[in-house]
Design a protein around this ligand. Structure first.
Ligand code: SF4
Ligand code: SF4
Length: 518
């Protein structure tokens, strides 16, 4: 490690540590103005909460944790009364603890927001780049030295610590955002500059998500600088995340237009057909109508056409935000994907199971939208969509999907859970020009390709047989090809019928006859 890298690592650690410490800074005080602010608490809930939150008025809480817990307790007290009286329709489901805690925050973070931002996130960015850039001086070519010895990349203590942090972050983000109110305040100025309003926990998430892809994208470009495919692909995911997923939706909000990510599509964007989303698009004139038609055209036309030509890589490895994070932030953990047949079997059940769940849930939602009836037989369509949002949208895609990077590899969600990946995969497997060709006679069975396949494909097994790789799960990341020392693997598009689906009986070298499926 060079001196610059050591300084970079120190700065990154300091920035990260300060970022954690910022959670405990400042105080919170509830005032009557905050409690009666209808932009924070709905009018119909104000009277109910006012009585139980009265003891909090004027009291100073030393952390957002204690304030958030106390306010959540006040709302729970109201809800408990309704539950005791079996008045379930009056139970308050809105999360008021987050906006109220944010409004009640005073002190160091609110007064010196920019200073704390640069001392924490700013320092971490500078440190990370100082650690990454000196690697440019090494000879081009992939260096994965000591990857299975380092505790961060081999399920060691550092990997477990990182995984635990990511899992906790997602749990707090989804279910207890009031605990990270200070982190949200840190990005308030950026939010105001982009959309004209204060930041929410989702703005913070989008900001950090894009930042991780940008910084780790720079690492990808330097690490894989011998491969133009990898460089262009990294720039592509950085561009789509920063512009389409982060900047454009925020600017649309500033223009009083619906928040819309033009590259996200159903069924990954599972709430696309939810009533509030459809109503919002339909009430937004030509632009809203365009958004609706565009969203439908993406999965009806773009998926079959582009996947036929390029395979699922056009989306999973070049455009998608989940794929972008996996390919950049998750790259150091790609070798941890399970290559066993058992994992392959489980993957096929789960990923297609989630696709079926998404289709059924959406059918229920649309039935309710068009008929006005929420019950289909004994099933309540709102319960089905809540269950999907909770189990798939939050637990699977976020907590497991990203939190398990350091334990199960970087494509846990894409491989086991993403319904869009399942749909793209079906087209890729049965009607696409894409395949990875294998020049079996050159293979030395080193296993690099299988080791670094993030989707758990035993690439070497195909290479040894001289068989084309035609798998629904392959995201076309091209890393197997980039790490092969013998140039055995090539990502190609040609006539779908010319895929070599059967292993040749005899391997006779580079020019061996190939048996093609007809
Ligand atoms: S087979 Fe190769 S291109 Fe496909 S996912 Fe695995 S490493 Fe990426
Ligand atoms: S990396 Fe190349 S040489 Fe090594 S096993 Fe895979 S195909 Fe064969």
């Amino acid at each position: 490690m060079t001196a610059v890298q050591k300084i970079g690592l120190t700065l990154f650690s300091m920035g990260f540590a300060i970022w954690i410490v910022t959670l405990s800074l400042g105080q919170c005080t509830l005032t009557p103005d905050i409690l009666s602010d209808t932009t924070l608490i709905k009018k119909e809930h104000y009277e109910l909460i006012r009585a139980s939150a009265a003891p909090m008025l004027g009291k100073t809480y030393t952390t957002a944790f204690s304030f958030g817990n106390a306010f959540r307790g006040a709302v729970d007290e109201v809800n408990q009364k309704f539950r005791d009286q079996q008045q379930y329709d009056k139970v308050i489901y809105d999360n008021y603890a987050f906006p109220v805690t944010k409004a009640a925050s005073v002190g160091a973070i609110t007064e010196y927001t920019a200073l704390w931002f640069w001392l924490s996130i700013g320092l971490a960015i500078v440190g990370a780049l100082m650690y990454i850039f000196p690697k440019k001086r090494l000879l081009p070519g992939i260096k994965n030295d000591h990857i299975f010895h380092h505790p961060a990349t081999s399920r060691g203590w550092l990997g477990i610590l990182l995984g635990t942090f990511l899992i906790l972050f997602y749990v707090v983000l989804y279910f207890y955002p009031e605990y990270i109110v200070n982190w949200v305040i840190l990005v308030d100025p950026i939010s105001r500059a982009l959309n004209g309003g204060p930041a929410s926990q989702w703005f913070l998430y989008g900001f950090l998500y894009s930042l991780c892809i940008l910084v780790m994208g720079v690492r990808m470009i330097i690490k894989y600088r011998h491969s133009p495919y990898q460089q262009i692909r990294s720039v592509s995911v950085m561009f789509f995340q920063t512009s389409f997923a982060f900047l454009i939706p925020e600017i649309l909000v500033r223009l009083n237009r619906p928040y819309y990510d033009f590259k996200n599509m159903w069924p990954l964007d599972y709430d696309f057909f939810f009533d509030y989303n459809l109503n919002q698009m339909l009430s937004n004139g030509t632009l809203g109508l365009f958004m609706l038609v565009w969203g439908i055209a993406l999965f009806v036309l773009a998926v079959p056409i582009f996947t036929y030509i390029y395979g699922k890589r056009w989306y999973c490895s070049w455009v998608c935000g989940c794929g972008g994070l996996a390919e950049t932030l998750g790259d150091p953990h790609r070798q941890l994907s399970d290559k066993s047949m058992r994992a392959w079997k489980i993957e096929r059940y789960t990923v297609h199971g989630v696709l079926v769940f998404a289709i059924v849930m959406t059918a229920f939602v649309l039935y309710t939208y068009f008929t006005g009836q929420s019950n289909i037989g004994p099933i309540d369509s709102y319960s089905v969509r809540s269950a999907y949002g909770f189990y798939i949208g939050s637990i699977f895609s976020g907590i497991v999907g990203v939190g398990f990077y350091p334990l199960m590899g970087n494509r846990v969600w894409c491989r086991f859970g993403c319904p869009l990946a399942a749909y793209l995969g079906l087209v890729q497997r049965f009607r696409s020009r894409f395949r990875i060709t294998t020049n079996g006679g050159q293979c030395i069975s080193c296993g690099n390709c299988s080791t670094y396949c993030e989707m758990g494909i035993d690439v070497r097994a195909y290479a040894q047989k001289g068989q084309d790789i035609v798998r629904a799960s392959c995201v076309g990341c091209g890393i197997c090809s980039a790490v092969c020392p013998r140039g055995v693997l090539n990502l190609e598009n040609a006539d779908p019928d010319s895929r070599v689906m059967i292993a040749p009986e005899v391997m006779v070298g580079n020019d061996m006859p190939k048996i093609r499926k007809r």
